[in-house]
Design a protein around this ligand. Structure first.
Ligand SMILES: *[C@@H]1O[C@H](CO)[C@@H](O)[C@H](O)[C@H]1NC(C)=O
Ligand SMILES: *[C@@H]1O[C@H](CO)[C@@H](O)[C@H](O)[C@H]1NC(C)=O
Length: 159
C-alpha cells in the first residue's frame, strides 16, 4: 500500500476511536490534534532465523517475499492490517501513537508465513518475531515520521 492509502486507513481507524486524546506534543506527523505518525519497516530474509546473518558475496542471501507481517500488542487496542513483504523482502506499516516508548515496550513484530514458503528445507510450522527499536525520523510527503525497525528476528517453533 502507498503512504496515502495507509494514511487513509489510519484516519478511519482513528476516526473510529471517538475521543482520541489531544496531545501537546502532536506536532510530529504534521496533523494537528493527531498523535505522531510512525512507521515500522524492515526486511525479512529467507534464512533459518529471518536475519541476513553473515554476508557472503558468493552466495547472496535470498529475501523472504510474500510473507505476512503483523504487529502484536498494539496500542489502540486493535490490530493494524497486516503487511506483506515485497520482492525485496521489505515491508512497512504506518500508524499513529502518542507514545514511542510504549510502542517500543509493548509491540512485537511477527512474520506468520512459514519459512518453508521461501525454502522447502526450512520449517513449515512456527514463526519469526522481533522486538522493535527506534531508527530516527524521516520526512515523507511533508510528514515527519518516526521510524521503527525490527531489532533482530528469532524463530519460534509452534507451541
Ligand atoms: C535506519 O536508518 C538508517 C539511517 O537513516 C537507514 O540508512 C537504514 O536503512 C534504516 N534501517 C532500516 C531497517 O530501515
Ligand atoms: C535453503 O535452506 C538451506 C538450509 O538453511 C540452505 O542450506 C540452502 O542454501 C537454502 N537454499 C536456497 C536456495 O537458499
Amino acid at each position: 500500500m502507498s503512504l496515502k492509502s495507509n494514511l487513509l486507513v489510519l484516519v478511519m481507524v482513528i476516526g473510529g476511536l471517538g475521543s482520541a486524546p489531544l496531545m501537546a506534543e502532536a506536532q510530529i506527523g504534521n496533523v494537528r490534534g493527531l498523535p505522531p505518525l510512525m512507521k515500522v519497516e524492515g526486511t525479512v530474509y529467507c534464512t533459518a532465523d529471518g536475519n541476513i546473518g553473515n554476508i557472503d558475496l558468493a552466495y547472496p542471501i535470498p529475501f523472504f517475499t510474500d510473507a505476512r507481517v503483523e504487529i502484536l500488542g498494539f496500542l489502540f487496542g486493535r490490530a493494524l492490517p497486516p503487511s506483506v513483504t515485497d520482492d525485496s523482502g521489505s515491508f512497512s506499516m504506518y500508524f499513529r501513537s502518542t507514545s514511542l516508548s510504549s510502542v517500543l515496550t509493548d509491540s512485537t513484530i511477527m512474520v506468520s508465513t512459514p519459512l518453508s514458503n521461501c525454502n522447502s528445507t526450512l520449517p513449515s510450522t512456527g514463526f519469526l518475531s522481533s522486538t522493535l527499536e527506534y531508527n530516527g525520523t524521516v520526512v515523507e510527503d511533508g510528514n515527519t515520521i518516526m521510524t521503527l525497525v525490527p531489532k533482530r528476528f528469532r524463530f519460534s517453533p509452534s507451541p
